[in-house]
Design a protein around this ligand. Structure first.
Ligand code: ADP
Length: 480
């Protein structure tokens, strides 16, 4: 695996090597050229000085001996070789060759610096001297000295020095450049390691965390250490785990609700089935032939079968609502006539319990937006409860109050009321304040849950206020 760390290090080093090599070559080349130029111009000055001295000596009529002595002193002091060459290329003086041996020297007219000086006035050349086997730099200058001079027909003054000095300095500079480059490379290497370690350690951490998430462990949080892409990634992963955790929590809750519901349903079904079975068994075991009880027992069996039917109807209803299978169909409907029909439907039930059922609504039509059948069902459940749970002589009032854009429908009874601790829970499925009482009056515990669903499907909310001993009022708004 080519890790990010290696890739970063390789990139860092490649770039640095390239930059350092380029800089090193350019720098040493420039420095060398600078030194060499300075050397050449220094040598040129020397030739000029010698030229003027020669003119001076000539004017003063110095002897050849004195002139040569002075030249030799100069050459020793400046550590350079001085050569004087006449117009035909013959060496007439050389600071490093005694006069007696001058005759044995080669003719110098073809020396490159002399050839160049003849054409341009001044010339230079670098070469290895055959006589001393050293790199030498030569500078020659064409001169004009009066014919009466010490050296007859003198035409070129040439000086030369060993290149060793330049070479030595250049060697030192190159050495420093190389050492500097190695130091820079080491620094770059360290920097690249630090950078890549930081980068990869965060990434490794993130990878470890993702592994944990994969294994189902969502309780960890990644530290967000930087404000860059990696920090953002860590942040996103944290947000993702939070979201996942919430989703899983939600799923677990749903699962709990579902199994709770299933448990409730089984429990609810069990009671009537148990009773039904009991009566039928008693009948089969002989009660059928007992004219004194058989009819009563069959009636009881029928009653429980009926309860089962009601329960199943409500269950189917609520599961259709909750699964979203039941679609509402909204129309403009007259709320007043719905309430009037409601009163008519329940007048018998109220009369049977010696209760009053009143309506308080305008005389004219009041159109509201809603699903007529569903509204009827919800209102029916509320009125049914009001009558069921209220004692004889109680009064239930169904009221419609109009405002500009909406209407408020309320069902108020003068029944026993509901203790405030129960109020927030009465809309839950199967929640009953008094279980036996509810069963006695044929309740399933699902009525208010269905009401709540229907009202909420109308983008409204059902509210309840109650006072123990005084009565209960349910109310909700509908849009006109
Ligand atoms: P149930 O089928 O048991 O009536 P509901 O969901 O309709 O179920 O009502 C839940 C519980 O709220 C009832 O069991 C009852 O205890 C209480 N309740 C509902 N309406 C009234 C009311 N008008 N007066 C007093 N108690 C009520």
């Amino acid at each position: 695996m080519r890790s990010i760390r290696t890739r970063i290090a390789v990139t860092f080093i490649a770039i640095s090597v390239l930059v350092i090599a380029l800089l090193g070559v350019l720098l040493s080349y420039e420095i060398e050229r600078y030194f060499f130029d300075r050397l050449l111009s220094g040598l040129r000055t020397e030739t000029n000085v010698i030229h003027s001295l020669l003119q001076d000596w000539t004017v003063r009529g110095e002897s050849r001996d004195n002139v040569e002595k002075d030249l030799t002193v100069m050459s020793l002091a400046a550590r350079m070789r001085i050569t004087l060459i006449d117009s035909s290329g013959v060496v007439v003086y050389d600071s490093s060759v005694p006069d007696s041996l001058l005759g044995g020297l080669e003719n110098h007219s073809q020396r490159p610096e002399v050839v160049e000086a003849r054409q341009k006035g001044t010339g230079s050349n670098v070469r290895t001297s055959k006589s001393i086997n050293q790199d030498l730099v030569y500078v020659a200058q064409k001169v004009a000295v009066p014919s009466a001079a010490v050296f007859r027909n003198l035409q070129f003054v040439r000086v030369s020095v060993e290149l060793t000095e330049v070479n030595r300095v250049m060697y030192e500079i190159r050495f420093k450049i190389v050492v500097g480059s190695i130091v820079i490379l080491l620094v770059v290497l360290m920097a690249s390691r630090i950078v890549s370690r930081r980068l990869t350690s965060s990434l490794t951490e993130i990878a470890e965390m993702v592994k944990e998430i994969k294994a189902g462990n969502l309780d960890q949080k990644l530290p967000v250490r930087s404000n860059d892409e990696i920090g953002r990634l860590a942040e996103l992963i944290n947000e993702m785990t939070d979201k996942l955790k919430a989703d899983i929590e939600q799923l677990k809750k749903l699962e709990r609700v579902r199994s709770e519901f299933l448990g409730n349903v089984s429990h609810e079904l069990r009671t009537p089935i148990f009773s039904l079975k009991g009566f039928l068994e008693t009948l089969l075991e002989g009660a059928l032939d007992d004219a004194a009880v058989n009819r009563r027992f069959v009636e009881k069996a029928y009653h429980h079968a009926n309860r089962l039917d009601i329960l199943l109807t409500d269950l189917i209803e609520i599961s259709r609502i909750e699964s979203g299978e039941m679609k509402m169909s909204f129309r403009y409907v007259d709320a007043v006539s719905i309430l009037k029909n409601l009163i008519a439907d329940f007048s018998d039930a109220a009369a049977k319990r010696k209760q009053n059922l009143l309506i308080d609504a305008p005389d004219h039509d009041v159109l509201v937006l809603g699903d007529k059948d569903r509204l009827r069902q919800a209102l029916g459940n509320l009125v049914d409860n009001a009558i069921k749970y209220s004692p004889e002589g109680a009064t239930t009032t169904v009221r419609l109050m109009e405002s500009e854009r909406s209407v408020t429908i309320s069902i108020a009874d003068s029944g026993p009321g509901i203790e405030s601790v129960h109020l927030p829970r009465i809309f839950e499925r199967f929640y009953r304040v008094d279980k036996t009482r509810s069963r006695d009056v044929g309740g399933t515990g699902l009525g208010l849950a269905i009401v709540k669903h229907i009202i909420e499907a109308h983008s409204s909310k059902i509210s309840v206020t109650s006072e123990v001993g005084k009565g209960t009022t349910f109310a909700f708004d509908l849009n006109k």
